[in-house]
Design a protein around this ligand. Structure first.
Ligand SMILES: [Zn+2]
Ligand SMILES: [Zn+2]
Ligand SMILES: [Zn+2]
Ligand SMILES: [Zn+2]
Length: 420
């Protein structure tokens, strides 16, 4: 901890503190300007996500999907080229041996979490053996210091962690003196509330990584900093002027949500009740208004932009601007229709792209009748719709190129003088 403190203070103008209700946290020891990098870190370990809809994979080091070649020895890990393979070699050399021994039928059980845990123990071993250098910001001690929330986890989850820990132990095949199931299970619990989803610039998830120093940064629904990824590198940048002696805060969750939704998400995944300036306003007029705009309904009158609150007589929802009532039944009908259309659209999405965009367009039309114009649900539908349009356009373009090429070939053959 002292070494980490020194490294952060010298290199980064940051100090590690401990707050009674929050545990460890990071404070600035100088002023930071908006956009400035506060801290950046390479992951202790990272594993690419499995693509859910197809069998294609990602490069183990840079997470690219291009020019991939499978490691011929273990048949599990992919690389985009020799540069990434070489960079990852010290760790993969050991991992490769371990993975090669996994029975064919078990390969499928190598989920990203299992692989991340195996890599965690292998990297620890390599640092102990000084094959990989240990530094004050890159060592297993920092992983050990992470919170696990073991006492708050429900029994089913504990059983699952124990099963996963068993599998990891089976894969590693280390003697009992070097590893025990309970430690691995505790580490799974640590991963659940500390690991980060590594995203690209468009916020598409690529991989999962453990960044123990970044994990010191606490959450706020009104953060002064933001965590972004540049490839594998986690970068925390100031989003406003941060004076000296201020706690660095990022948001762990989607901030465009009602206070109730945010609190629920934080409690479920991170086991705490947020007391940020936005959350302490819960129940006040401004907070209720914000929540009703983000997740509530629009006025029955199209030209009115008022937000709706529950009618005290429980007939439905009343516009706070013009007083018009929207009945429960009407809202229910449209909600049912939206739900049906979204299911249909996501089914189309894996098949016919043009159908999918038409169905999402219908979702948008229904949501416009239902949601406040600034609602997040509407925003999300529009985002999906845009992506579907882009996909459909690319598909159309590719079809046309093939068509033109075929046509050219056909014309050439037609024009050729016959050979006899
Ligand atoms: Zn690569
Ligand atoms: Zn391999
Ligand atoms: Zn909050
Ligand atoms: Zn109104």
């Amino acid at each position: 901890m002292e070494e980490l403190q020194k490294a952060l203070n010298d290199g980064r103008s940051l100090t590690v503190s401990t707050l009674p209700d929050k545990g460890r946290c990071l404070f600035t020891s100088r002023h930071f300007s908006p956009g400035e990098v506060i801290i950046s870190q390479e992951p202790y370990v990272a594993v690419p996500n499995k693509n859910s809809n197809d069998s294609s994979s990602r490069c183990e080091w840079c997470f690219s999907t291009r020019n991939l070649k499978k490691c011929s020895a273990c048949q599990v890990v992919w690389y985009c080229g020799s540069t990434c393979q070489k960079t990852d070699w010290k760790l993969h050399r050991l991992e490769c041996k371990v993975l090669s021994k996994v029975e064919k039928g078990r390969i499928k059980s190598l989920t990203p979490s299992i692989r991340l845990m195996v890599k965690l123990y292998l990297r620890r071993k390599l640092q102990v053996e000084q094959v990989i250098a240990m530094t004050s910001t890159d060592n297993y001690g920092l992983v050990e210091a992470l919170v696990s929330h073991m006492s708050e986890i429900d029994e089913n989850q504990l059983v699952l962690y124990a099963q996963m820990a068993n599998l990891v132990s089976l894969i590693l095949q280390w003697p009992e003196a070097e590893i025990n199931i309970k430690d691995i299970a505790v580490n799974f619990s640590k991963l659940a509330c500390n690991a980060h989803t590594i995203c690209d610039a468009e916020l598409r998830p690529l991989a999962t990584g453990l960044y123990p120093v970044i994990s010191l940064i606490n959450h706020s629904c009104l953060p002064n900093s933001v965590l972004v990824f540049e490839g594998r590198l986690a970068v925390v940048r100031a989003v406003e002027h941060i004076p000296k002696g201020t706690e660095v805060l990022i948001s762990y969750i989607e901030t465009a949500a009602s206070t109730m939704t945010r609190q629920k998400a934080l409690k479920e995944q991170y086991f705490f009740t947020c007391t940020c300036p936005r959350c302490i306003k819960a129940g006040q007029y401004d907070d209720i208004k914000e929540s009703a705009i983000l997740e509530g309904y629009c006025c029955k009158d199209n030209s009115c932009s008022g937000f709706l609150l529950r009618d005290p007589e429980k007939r439905g929802f009343v516009c706070q601007e013009c007083g018009l009532l929207r009945e429960k039944e009407e809202i229910k009908d449209i909600e049912w229709e939206v739900k049906y259309l979204i299911e249909k659209a996501s089914m189309c999405s894996s098949g016919n792209k043009i159908d999918a965009s038409l169905t999402y367009k219908a979702v948008e039309k229904q949501q416009l009748e239902l949601c406040h114009p600034f609602s997040i649900n509407l925003m999300r539908t529009r985002e999906t719709l845009l992506k579907e349009y882009i996909r459909a356009y690319i598909l159309w373009l590719v079809c046309n190129i093939i068509l033109v090429e075929n046509l050219n070939g056909f014309l050439e053959r037609l024009m050729k003088p016959s050979s006899h």
